[in-house]
Design a protein around this ligand. Structure first.
Ligand SMILES: [Fe+2]
Length: 226
């Protein structure tokens, strides 16, 4: 829990982050958040079968394994067993990252998505990338270029006050490993597209722009600027 609190963006309380991750201080167990739409709602861009497996199997496994790792970590802390604490760090990073990343990803998508962002976010994209087209091209290229499994991200660099595109490998959470505040994440693990797009990751990347919820990305941008 303390580890997750340290991941809270500035201006966002630990309680808010915990709530966003589907856990509470009293229960201290993470839970799989409901999707804000049906499994088939993102078709034809992302198939119902992919969404069902991705959410109910893959994300659920990260949640379960995070809970197991946190239990063991609590025991190790209680015993003062530093070796055990250190050996649990990779499991916390992988499963905690998997839970954080997918929780953001589901809300970044919407059956009513696509098009272009408006207002402040669009202005910032033009300021930092030259145009929306350039930004889209850059995030697509970075995401297609991830070797093996990982994520493409649009993040906000709070210290420098600008947007940044970057990639993270495995389930490394953006903020916990780079300091950037996550606005839009694109999951490029094969489990996110293989059943529909096979090995052609660029086709998945082309399709996903049709279901990006700019409303959600803009809300995240506005929140992290407060
Ligand atoms: Fe995934």
């Amino acid at each position: 829990m303390a580890m997750l609190c340290r991941l809270a963006p500035r201006g966002r309380s630990c309680t808010q982050l915990i709530a966003a991750l589907g856990c509470s201080a009293s229960r201290q167990k993470h839970t799989l958040p409901d999707l804000p739409y049906d499994y088939g709602a993102l078709q034809p861009h992302i198939s119902a079968e992919i969404m069902l497996l991705h959410h109910s199997k893959h994300h659920a496994t990260y949640v379960n394994n995070l809970n197991v790792a946190e239990e063991k970590y609590k025991e190790a802390l209680a015993k003062g067993d530093v070796t055990a604490q250190v050996s649990l760090q990779p499991a916390l990073k992988f499963n905690g990252g998997g839970h954080i990343n997918h929780t953001i990803f589901w809300t970044n998508l919407s059956p009513n998505g696509g098009g272009e962002p408006q207002g402040e976010l669009m202005e910032a994209i033009k300021r930092d990338f030259g145009s929306f087209g350039n930004f889209k091209e850059k995030l697509t290229a970075v995401s297609v270029g991830v070797q093996g499994s990982g994520w493409g991200w649009l993040g906000f660099n709070q210290d420098q006050g600008h947007l940044q595109v970057t990639a993270c490998y495995n389930q490394d959470p953006l903020q916990g490993t780079t300091g950037l505040i996550p606005l839009l994440g694109i999951d490029v693990w094969e489990h996110a597209y293989y059943l529909q797009y096979k090995n052609v990751r660029p086709d998945y990347l082309k399709a996903i722009w049709n279901v990006i919820s700019w409303e959600n990305v803009s809300a995240r941008y506005t929140a992290c600027k407060k």
